[in-house]
Design a protein around this ligand. Sequence first.
Ligand code: AMP
Ligand code: MG
Length: 436
Amino acid sequence: MKHASPQPFEKAFPQTNHPDLPPSAASLINNRVITVEEAEQLIADSLETLPSETVSIEDALGRVLRETLRADRNAPPFNRSTFDGIALSYAAIEQGRSAFPITGTAFAGSPRLSLDDSNACVEIMTGAPLPDQADCVVKVEDLDIVDGTARIREGTPLDRGHGVHPEASDCQAGQVLLEPGCQLTAKELSIAASIGKAELLVSQIPRISIFTTGDELVPIAAQPLPHQIRRSNDLALDSALASTGYVQTRRFHILDDLKETESVIASILEQSDIIILAGGISKGKRDFLPEALETAGVSKSFQWVAQRPGKPLWFGDYTINDRKSYVFALPGNPVSCFTCLHRYVLPALDQLCGLPARAPQYAKLKSEFQFKPPITLFLPVLIEYDANGQTWAEPLPFNTSGDYISVARTQGFIELPQNETQFVSGSAHRFRPWQT
Ligand code: AMP
Ligand code: MG
């Protein structure tokens, strides 16, 4: 197999010394080129968990729990039979008895019976309460039942407690079953249902506004003129958000016009928890977003991150009616935009909703790789799993950070740290999958 050479990356990311950062601005903290780790920390420190709300359990799938759920009673709530068969006293078997007259039938859903004669038995169904005095269930396959008497077949392995799911063996009343911060999937909802929680306290759903910018961009169904291109970032962002479970989104497109940009941003601030902007954030003459965001009163945290792709990455926050909201302005280039969404915005959304950070994934470089600029590289990779349980990442060469066609073949990216230049084959690195 042909391995990726460093060459295409040098072409894709020419080695420069941050030429687009004016030296005069470098001293200002929020105009500084910060590291990926600093950016991550600034975002994490700024985020406040969304308010909670009470919803019906029927509407709670995928939501993040914000209360502690405890068992309302023991589970199981009684000694329950795990077989269809007979319930008896094991002491009778120890005394050598193998034939038991049947004195009654215990059904699931019927009150508990009593085994008054320790030399008799009660017919019992799976899920029924074990009769008082009984401590063993023999399954129907191990019995011959003739004329109201059950005979246990020779050689049937039995013991005290056989066929019994003892009361409280799964959990005791009052025990914590689910903690705040857990995402409610089918498994968790079945627990909530079993303890009678018809309503659940969960995080509100984040309201997300997606803006794309650019005079050159036309709708998907339009026939572009030679100098125009079709919009793709907005749908890509929306789809990645939806497949992560963030579905409350709205999309807007703004032309490269300062007045329009300002008025659209002002109109949307109050109804958004997160605003994601794409394009118009760098140093171009029609990159109006930094100015428009400032006019709108969004407080900038940082604008430049030492990373490729995605150096122009603007983050800030604002508060309206005591509710804090956040703005991520991502570079317009499709690969940069998509990478920054995965690296920063999706984890931020998780944190906003009260979810703990997802367990990190790692992959080993399949081939040696060099990257000289002192910045973090987000390198798209093809993933392979070998029979030894190892995950291998093969770097995929691509043309520029606008080359979304090559990147579509990859499964995600690995993060190569900024303080190294030579990455040996077999070295392990943090891997982040694309949301599919
Ligand atoms: P900008 O960050 O506005 O300078 O845009 C950088 C590049 O990304 C330009 O070539 C844009 O045409 C492209 N771009 C920006 N937004 C989108 C979009 N929504 N869909 C596809 N390409 C875009
Ligand atoms: Mg633009």
